[in-house]
Design a protein around this ligand. Structure first.
Ligand SMILES: NC(=O)C1=CN([C@@H]2O[C@H](COP(=O)(O)OP(=O)(O)OC[C@H]3O[C@@H](n4cnc5c(N)ncnc54)[C@H](OP(=O)(O)O)[C@@H]3O)[C@@H](O)[C@H]2O)C=CC1
Ligand SMILES: O=C1O[C@H](COP(=O)(O)O)[C@@H](O)[C@H](O)[C@H]1O
Length: 594
């Protein structure tokens, strides 16, 4: 820390930074200090400390300058001179450096290349998420977006394609059309092969033109089928990497189809990229309520003490879709690879991990790996698989999985699975973690259910009838749709008698928060741009995840286990109930008081 009029600002970590000018306007009750110093400190936090504690600080960071207002609290004497104050700057996180400014304060740019821009994911998720970030002013000043794919398209055609999927949030409609036009002007297209270094060199030239001599930071989003990941990574890395900034690559799942292929993919990626450059995306980690899991656990005293085998009877991780596969890649992967091994397992790891040392990406990922490595590989006897069959309802016939043109008629690929997993550590010993995931079911949603044990010696047992399980507490974290967290409790029905019912203590997001919840891809894209790795999967996490599922996946395939067939639009196969019953569990999503 240093006094205000020194020529150097010292930081709390005792680094000092030069600043070029300083002015202050002294008022009677309010003093305003305006300081300008290299722009890279725009991300720094500035605070003013008065010599006494009797002054409140307000800090506004504006383009190119930092303004701070020092206001005496009621009853305190006005500051006579700003020299009375001390000023400190918290330095920007160096690991995220290279984003807007280099070490000398030179401006930088970010170029985002969507590889596979003509595809479904790019249209449905990536471009709309980028637009939402642009609308919210979250993208850097100098950014360019390039679509890259084999299809022939002009810039105008790409813009036309992208414009069809852009929307503004319900609560953010101001200047929406104008913003869309401005965003589209920053989108360009380059047609090329995924395995052509020459084509990527041409892309490099175009990117350089847009970067205009600024520090160049480049993000490649691989939105292409997995068998061409390596070709694209090789060409992007060898021919279109940034020469003076960072180069990062977002990789979409599937990350292989078992332990061996995943390890081979990682090995190949690492021929061209370092682990720090690889951002393996699991979009469920970007969902609001999944991110909130840690907040819920670690910032509320009431939850963490209950978070163990002592109080929790079982945990359920549920995913359902009310539509079928409709030609998508499930044909090769199946629901275990598509949903369980990644989305549900990631949620489980966040749910069950020990308290991380800090919120740093590596600390969190270390804890996730630990919990995954404490798990027993899934056993065949703990899995039920299903496949949907055709069903006619209300005069409409819904197709079977095998009616899809891309699916062989004798396919045994599961479109539904239920599984019981166990964590062999002190916290979770013996607690079943039940997963259930399916397509073409009767509802669409994703949730976490935590069912608690019985109250010992419960005075009110006789009010619950014979089914005591129905009277235990349950926390439901509804990830989607209609985000909510609620706790099921037993409550006295008002009146002169003593009748109990099950009621919900409910945090219903749409009622509590007026802001629309950002799409998971927005958060993840922003994190990748900012170099925040917390929500991306590290390679050892991925290895641990695959080692839990690979043996059973092999066994299912080798033994050609026949799935239980369930009608399109139903609740799934009965086998899931038997599996849960083996561990004294009832699926919470099927109870009457959901
Ligand atoms: N769609 C989704 O909702 C989700 C997708 N993913 C993953 O994201 C990635 C992209 O998904 P999605 O957009 O659905 O994929 P697409 O099948 O739509 O493929 C994207 C683009 O890749 C090119 N492409 C497709 N097949 C081939 C091929 N055999 N050889 C060379 N190029 C090909 C095509 O572009 P062109 O012909 O113009 O070169 C296509 O437009 C995949 O890895 C997928 O697993 C993950 C989660 C959800
Ligand atoms: O990764 C995938 O996720 C989607 C479901 O994502 P959501 O955000 O809409 O819940 C699923 O449909 C797809 O099969 C799977 O690959």
């Amino acid at each position: 820390m240093a006094t205000l009029y020194s020529t150097h600002l010292s930081t709390s970590s005792s680094q000092s930074y030069p600043y070029s000018s300083f002015t202050s306007k002294l008022g009677n009750l309010q003093r305003m200090a305006s300081i300008s110093f290299p722009k890279r400190f725009l991300t720094a936090k500035l605070s003013v400390h008065s010599l006494t504690n009797s002054h409140q600080n307000a800090v506004a960071i504006q383009d190119g300058a930092v303004e701070t207002t020092v206001t005496p609290v009621e009853g305190a004497s006005p500051i006579k001179n700003l020299k009375d104050g001390l000023l400190s700057v918290t330095p920007p996180d160096e690991s995220k450096e290279g984003e807007r400014f280099d070490i000398n304060g030179n401006e930088s740019s970010v170029s985002i290349t969507v590889v596979g821009a003509s595809g479904d994911l790019a249209k449905k998720k990536i471009f709309p998420a980028l637009f939402a970030l642009y609308y919210e002013d979250c993208l850097p000043e100098h950014f360019t977006i390039y679509g890259y794919a084999r299809s022939k398209m002009t810039d105008a055609e790409l813009r036309n394609m992208v414009s069809k999927t852009l929307t503004c949030r319900i609560d953010k409609r101001e200047n929406c059309g104008e913003k869309m036009d401005q965003f589209l002007e920053r989108c360009f297209y380059h047609s090329g092969q995924y395995d052509s270094q020459e084509n990527f060199t041409d892309l490099d030239k175009k990117l350089k033109e847009h970067e205009g001599g600024r520090i160049s930071n480049r993000l490649f989003y691989l939105s292409i089928p997995p068998d061409i990941f390596i070709d694209a990574v090789k060409c992007a890395s060898l021919s279109a990497s940034s020469a003076n900034g960072w180069t990062r690559v977002i990789v979409e799942k599937p990350f292989g189809r078992d332990s061996e292929s995943s390890a081979a993919l990682t090995k190949s990626l690492k021929r061209y990229l370092t682990e720090d450059q690889i951002f393996r995306i699991d979009h469920y980690l970007g969902k609001e309520l999944v991110e909130n899991l840690s907040v819920l656990r670690f910032s509320n005293l009431i939850f963490e003490p209950l978070w163990s085998r002592q109080y929790i009877r079982n945990v359920q991780l549920l995913f359902s879709e009310d539509f079928g596969t409709e030609g998508r890649i499930l044909t090769i992967t199946g629901i275990i690879r598509d949903i369980m091994q990644n989305h549900l397992l990631q949620i489980l790891a966040l749910f069950a991990m020990e308290t991380p040392v800090s919120l740093d990406a590596e600390d969190i990922r270390n804890e996730k790996v630990k919990v995954l490595r404490s798990m027993r590989p899934l056993q065949l006897e703990n899995v039920v698989i299903g496949q949907y069959k055709s069903h006619t309802r209300g005069g409409v016939t819904y197709p079977a999985y095998i009616d899809d043109k891309t699916v062989p008629k004798d396919s045994l690929t599961p479109t539904f699975a239920a599984a019981a997993l166990f964590i062999d550590n002190a916290r979770w010993d013996g607690v079943p973690f039940l997963m259930k995931a399916g397509k073409a079911l009767n509802s669409k949603g994703a949730e976490i259910r935590i069912q608690f044990r019985h109250v010992p010696g419960n005075l009110y047992n006789r009010n619950f009838g014979t089914d005591l399980d129905q009277a235990t507490n349950e926390i439901v974290i509804r990830v989607q749709p209609d985000e909510a967290i609620y706790l099921k409790i037993n409550n006295k029905v008002p009146g002169l008698g003593m009748r109990l019912d099950r009621s919900h203590l409910n945090l219903h997001y749409s009622a509590r928060y007026s802001k629309e919840i950002p799409d998971a891809y927005e958060r993840l894209l922003l994190d990748a741009i900012e170099g925040e790795r917390r929500l991306f999967i590290r390679s050892d996490e991925l290895d641990a995840a695959w080692s839990l599922f690979t043996p059973v996946l092999k066994e299912l395939e080798e033994k050609k286990i026949i799935p239980e067939y369930y009608p399109y639009g139903s609740r799934g196969p009965a086998g899931a109930h038997y599996l849960a019953a083996r561990y004294n569990v009832r699926w919470g999503d099927l109870s009457i008081d959901q």
